[in-house]
Write a protein that binds this ligand. Sequence first.
Ligand SMILES: Nc1ncnc2c1ncn2[C@@H]1O[C@H](COP(=O)(O)OP(=O)(O)OP(=O)(O)O)[C@@H](O)[C@H]1O
Ligand SMILES: [Mg+2]
Length: 240
Amino acid sequence: MPEIIFDRVGKLFPSTGKPGLVDVSFTINKGSFSSIVGASGSGKTTTLRIIAGLEQETSGHVVVPGRVGMVFQNAALFPWATALENVSFGLQMQGEKPVHVRATAEKYLAMLGLSAQAHLYPRMLSGGQRQRVGIARALAIEPPVLLLDEPFSALDEEVRLELCHDVLRIWQETGITVVMISHQLDEAVALSQKVFVMKQFSVAGTCDINLPYPRHPHAPEVVALVDHVRSIYRGEGNTV
Ligand SMILES: Nc1ncnc2c1ncn2[C@@H]1O[C@H](COP(=O)(O)OP(=O)(O)OP(=O)(O)O)[C@@H](O)[C@H]1O
Ligand SMILES: [Mg+2]
């Protein structure tokens, strides 16, 4: 069942008169894991921001969830708040009871393996731990959709792989719909059921991935699909 629908969506930024999106159409099913890849400036973040309701389309039609959890590239935590307080913030804003806020925040910190760091401030956490707090904070409001904008790109390879593994586990445990922007084609193919390739403000092609999880990055079928996505990226291939 579709949870997100873009039908010939355009976005023209009034401040510059320039486009962010041109004629973008796609659907994302409830409970699925999708990735968006593509060159810098191709419209990936604009797409995510429209899904999140942070930006309004200027043409076409969208169906987006009313509530989303969003994780940014640099975690964007409140520096003056502990990990637990950061994760609690959205729930407090929703007017939840303090006991419920605390229990839910602790649950999601635990899900990300951060119970021991609950009372630390962001400056006391590693980059990977900060991203984990960002993910726990996004999940804490229990949204139907989790949006991730290049959440691992500032991390070293080992931490990136650990976090990929965690996001996959959380998706499988919670059944949440995930849409992730990635610069790494292998990461997108290893995690997603569908990869959208964006080029010049539009979707140049999509690739469906029906391989079982977990996927080994060096498995021949994974490597073949990464090559296929790369060929769409370079303009040699088309939609599968
Ligand atoms: N608030 C804004 N005002 C004006 N133009 C914008 C704004 N946000 C994005 N753009 C423009 O829209 C286009 C798409 O930007 P977007 O941020 O969606 O790209 P992206 O694919 O996420 O790139 P990157 O990989 O570098 O993050 C770019 O040309 C960008 O300059
Ligand atoms: Mg971006």
